[in-house]
Design a protein around this ligand. Sequence first.
Ligand SMILES: [Zn+2]
Ligand SMILES: [Zn+2]
Length: 89
Amino acid sequence: MKPCHSCRSVIDEYFLDKQLETLRDLTVDDFNICADCVTIVDDACVECGGGVYVPQNESDVPDYCPACRSDLIARTGQDPGWNCDTIST
Ligand SMILES: [Zn+2]
Ligand SMILES: [Zn+2]
C-alpha cells in the first residue's frame, strides 16, 4: 500500500479505481494520491467526452483528459496544455 502524496493517508485502491473509472487510460498505478485528494470531472473532455483529471495546483477544469492530451502531443508534437483555448496559433 502506498501513502497519498497529498494527505499521507494510505491509498485505498478500490475507491480510487472507482473514481478513475470515467477516465481513459489512467489507472490507480498512475496516481500517488488518494481518492479524497484526486479531482475527476465527468464528461468534461472536449475530445472524447470522458472524464478529466484536475491537477492539484489547477483551479480550472481541464478541457482534455490526460489520454487525449497525450494523443494531441503525439499527433502535433506540441503540448496543448490542459485547456483548448490556450492554443495561440
Ligand atoms: Zn489524499
Ligand atoms: Zn479525452
